[in-house]
Every structure is written in C-alpha cells, then in structure tokens.
Design a protein around this ligand. Structure first.
Ligand SMILES: NC(=O)c1ccc[n+]([C@@H]2O[C@H](COP(=O)([O-])OP(=O)(O)OC[C@H]3O[C@@H](n4cnc5c(N)ncnc54)[C@H](OP(=O)(O)O)[C@@H]3O)[C@@H](O)[C@H]2O)c1
Length: 299
C-alpha cells in the first residue's frame, strides 16, 4: 500500500500513550511524518520526549508532549480531558499503547505490588483513558480507539500469568466496546508478538546474554511492527495480530487449545535460558517466596 494515497487518518489529531519509546514512539513518527497528524504524546520520561521532538525536526511542532504523565493514575486522565475540553480540542483518535512487562516468573513469586502495578498500567490505565476520552472522541466524525494488548492476551505462557491476565482483560473490554459503539467508533485491538523494544530491559540477565540473542531471533523489528499497525489502522482492522510468533500462538491456540502453552512450556524449560530461570526454579523456593510475599503484604 502506498503511503501517499489518501488515508482516513491523514491530518487527524491523535493521542498516543507510551509515546517516549518503542512502538509508541514509532507510531508518533509515522503519524506525523507520513500522515501529517498532530500528535499528543503521553509518557513519564521528559528527557525521551524532548529527544523525540528534536528527532522530528521541522515537524516537531506537530508533537505536543505530556511528560510526567502516569497513565495508571485516573486523576491524570480526568485533568487531561478537562484541559482538552477547556481548549476546545477534540482528538479524533486515541491509541492506548503504554504498558509494562513484569519479570517472567512463577505466579506465586509475584507480590501483590507487582500484580497491582501490572494491572494498573496495562489494564486500568485503558479503563481510565477510555472513560475520560471516548465521550470526547465520539464528537469527531473519524472517531477511533486503538488499544495495544499483546499475543499474551490470546495465549498465556508459563511465566506470564500477570502480564497475560492484564492484556486478556484489555482484549475482553475492547471487544465488548467495539460492539457497543459499532458504526460510531472504529475500535482496533493490536496483539503484537515479541517486538524489538526496550520492554525487556527489566528482565533478568537479558543484556548481552543468550536470552537476548534468542529474543532477537524470535522478535519482529519495531519499525516493521509499527508499519503493520499503521496499515491495520488504515484498513480499519478490528483484530491486528502481528508477528509470526503471535500468529502461531493465535492459530495454535484456536486449533489446539491448552496444547500450545504446554508445548511452549517444554521448549522454554529445556532451553535453559536465564530469562526463564525463575519460572523453573525449585518449587520449594517459590513456596518460600510466596510465604515471604504474603507476610510482606499482611504487614
Ligand atoms: N515489545 C514487545 O515484545 C511487545 C509485545 C506485545 C505487546 N507489547 C505492548 O506494546 C506496548 C508498547 O510496548 P513497547 O514494546 O514499545 O515497550 P517500551 O519500549 O518499553 O515502551 C513502553 C512505553 O510505555 C510508557 N509507559 C510505561 N508505563 C507508563 C506509565 N505508568 N505511564 C505512562 N507511560 C508509561 C513508557 O514511557 P515512560 O517510561 O516514559 O513512561 C514507554 O513510552 C505495551 O503495551 C506492551 O505491553 C509489546
């Protein structure tokens, strides 16, 4: 598809969360450079947002930054929506992309803090954003909502219980909202597979390790992922499952159900990658960790 053809979101105003890095940053660049959009970018890291303005050069004035904005705080979304209304700005599109990937681990090793943080950033941030932004966006004739979930929403692998749960919750909510507003609001759900971004930097031993090489091998380039998302939005696709690993997980789960996580578990276990070490540590260790975590949470 030629990017010079007229596209329904050319010249639109788009809100992108998680704009400072990875997929979100890529989307900002494409929307501004190729589609002449005005983009309101949301993220916490001010330095990275300023660097992106610089990177955009002459077109930097199309990028409006809301740094120090934590998407997991409902009040921030309410204030943001009030400010837009006060200024008479009606965004056409919101892309809820901000997210985190908790460290791969066994369910019982996660603390309630880990669980709450993942749910707040990956799921509740979208609840808050949709409650604040959808009523405004519905005033646009090109109203659109795009939520970035993950292939983990389609197939839940060992070590990803909390991440998968947060993304599956987002998928379910998005699917229902699509039907509720069909005809008035384009609702897209993106389920990327592994993508080369900074999201893995919290993971154990990922830098310069065999795990990093393995991740690089199975991961899609970030630019390619962004291309596929832009094209999917252009075609107003509802489900955007991108990346060969994501497609395999999606089709495999439809055909084989829990057989896919079972096979993946065996492969992950025998791979002996540092990345998955905590998932396969001795059970007694995880029980001890759970007792420690439970004690911490009681205090
Ligand atoms: N990379 C993958 O393999 C992959 C696979 C499937 C799905 N995804 C999903 O794709 C989305 C983008 O991830 P990515 O890979 O591009 O990761 P990334 O490079 O780590 O970017 C994550 C973005 O989210 C922002 N963010 C995180 N927590 C935030 C918070 N509390 N408030 C505001 N912004 C916050 C970060 O900005 P600040 O740090 O500046 O706040 C950053 O801009 C995520 O939802 C992720 O779950 C990624």
């Amino acid at each position: 598809m030629s990017y010079y053809a007229k596209c329904w979101f050319d010249y639109k105003t788009v809100v992108v969360s998680g704009a400072s890095s990875g997929i979100g940053k890529g989307l900002v660049k494409r929307l501004i450079n190729d589609h002449c959009c005005n983009v309101i970018g949301i993220a916490r890291n001010e330095k990275k947002m300023k660097a992106l303005v610089e990177e955009l050069g002459d077109k930097g004035d199309r990028f409006f930054t809301y740094s120090l904005f934590d998407v997991s705080v409902e009040e921030n979304w309410k204030k943001f929506a009030a400010e837009l209304e006060e200024k008479g700005i009606i965004p056409d599109i919101i892309i809820n992309n901000a997210g985190i990937l908790p460290k791969f681990d066994k369910f019982l090793n996660y603390t309630m803090d880990d669980i709450n943080k993942a749910m707040q950033i990956n799921f509740y941030s979208c609840v808050y954003s949709m409650r604040a932004m959808v009523p405004i966006i519905l005033n646009s004739p090109s109203a659109a909502l795009v939520n970035v979930a993950s292939s983990a929403a389609l197939c839940s692998l060992a070590g990803t219980s909390i991440y998968s749960a947060s993304k599956a919750a987002l998928k379910s909510m998005t699917d229902a909202v699509r039907e509720e507003y069909r005809g008035r609001l384009y609702v897209g759900l993106v389920c990327p597979g592994f993508t080369k971004t900074d999201i893995f930097h919290n993971q154990k031993e990922v830098k310069n390790s065999t795990s990093e090489k393995a991740l690089q091998m199975v991961s899609t380039d970030c630019e390619k992922m962004v291309d596929m998302i832009i094209e999917g939005m252009w075609k107003k696709k509802s489900d955007m499952v991108f990346g060969s690993d994501a497609k395999m997980m999606d089709i495999g789960t439809k055909l084989m159900g829990v057989g896919i996580p079972m096979v993946a578990n065996v492969v992950m276990k025998i791979s002996k990658l540092e990345l998955f070490e905590d998932i396969y540590s001795d059970d007694s260790d995880s029980v001890k960790a759970a007792i420690r975590a439970a004690r911490r949470n009681v205090r």
